[in-house]
Write a protein that binds this ligand. Structure first.
Ligand code: DON
Length: 310
């Protein structure tokens, strides 16, 4: 009997998307990311019964970058509760690029509009509790180690150092947040935590499994262990729909229709409620900073498997 989600259709979506890997550009503002091979394309699908189907570079390591903003938000929500978090960061999409500074000053109160843009994620990093940066990053790493089943999930030190050396724009955002009273802790330590969680290294296969946990409302599909409350999963998936692809979120919602979060290393985490997690990796980006071939692949797959949630 033909499986509802078969490898042939995944291969066809991969094939169609592979034609776009030379249409985008790898991120260069973090110098270490400029070394990535733009021709790579990998996809992995994780189903509720633990079945994994993958095509292409699904075992290649890349850094989460902005995908990590979902997991810092989960930790911040679990540690502080939604009231505390949303007093300091909003719930609205911006329509602006991920690193934009403009609305921080023009909108009152001066809190970041949502936790998926850089300013919002830096504010969220400031809410993560722990004695020092090491203990705070361990909270995020531990969550990801449980979600992926890989106890070796770690920070890529080269990418972390590379961003830390060059992140003038993020520094500007963080100091503005400090001046506005949104960020209360030490600014450099908060940035350090933010750079570290952006540099956490994963594969598309691992991202697919993380997506499945979100699809299952915070429960590990295999062990049935709950990693975070269903309401936290709901908040994250809603942000993924409204802000996960930045100023392309509306277009993505119409063309693909799945909660998703991109990162500038070329990863996309997509989560289809109750049905599957999808991890995609292709480092060449479009002009909004989303993986170009990755978006094409998800478009194809959503159509083939009727994955849209709307
Ligand atoms: O702060 C930055 O600019 C990066 N560490 C993360 C940005 C990012 O991944 C945007 N996503 N598409």
């Amino acid at each position: 009997m033909k499986q509802p989600y078969d490898l042939e259709q995944l291969q066809a979506a991969w094939q169609a998307a592979a034609a776009y890997t030379d249409k985008g550009n790898v991120a260069t503002y973090i110098p270490e990311l400029a070394k990535q091979d733009p021709r790579q394309l990998g996809v992995s699908v994780f189903l509720p019964d633990g079945t994994v189907i993958s095509v292409g570079e699904a075992d290649v390591c890349f850094t989460l970058q902005s995908i990590s903003k979902i997991f810092s938000l989960i930790v911040a929500l679990c540690q502080n509760g939604p009231d505390y978090v949303f007093e300091r960061v909003g719930k609205e999409p911006t329509g602006d690029p991920f690193n934009s500074i403009i609305k921080l000053e023009t909108i009152k109160p001066h809190k970041p509009l949502n936790p998926m843009i850089n300013a919002g994620a830096i504010a969220v990093a400031g809410m993560i509790q722990g004695r020092d940066v090491e203990e705070r990053i361990t909270c995020i790493l531990d969550l990801l180690r449980k979600m992926t089943g890989n106890p070796d999930i770690r920070v890529n030190e080269d990418v972390y150092e590379s961003e830390k050396r060059t992140a003038d724009r993020n520094r500007a955002l963080a100091w503005f947040l400090k001046d506005s009273g949104v960020l209360v802790g030490d600014v450099e330590e908060t940035l350090d935590l933010y750079f570290r969680h952006c540099a956490i290294e994963v594969t598309a296969k691992e991202v697919a499994r993380m997506g499945m946990v979100l699809a299952a409302d915070g429960v590990d599909p295999l062990s049935k262990e709950r990693f975070f409350p269903a309401d936290v999963a709901r908040i994250c998936k809603t942000f993924m729909v409204t802000c996960g692809m930045y100023n392309a979120s509306g277009e993505f919602a119409i063309d693909v229709g799945i909660p998703a979060k991109s990162g500038v290393a070329g990863g996309i985490l997509a989560t289809v409620p109750q049905r599957m997690g999808i991890g995609v990796f292709s480092p060449a980006l479009d002009d909004k900073g989303n993986s170009l071939a990755g978006v094409k692949l998800l478009e194809q797959l959503s159509r083939a498997w009727n994955l849209g949630i709307f």
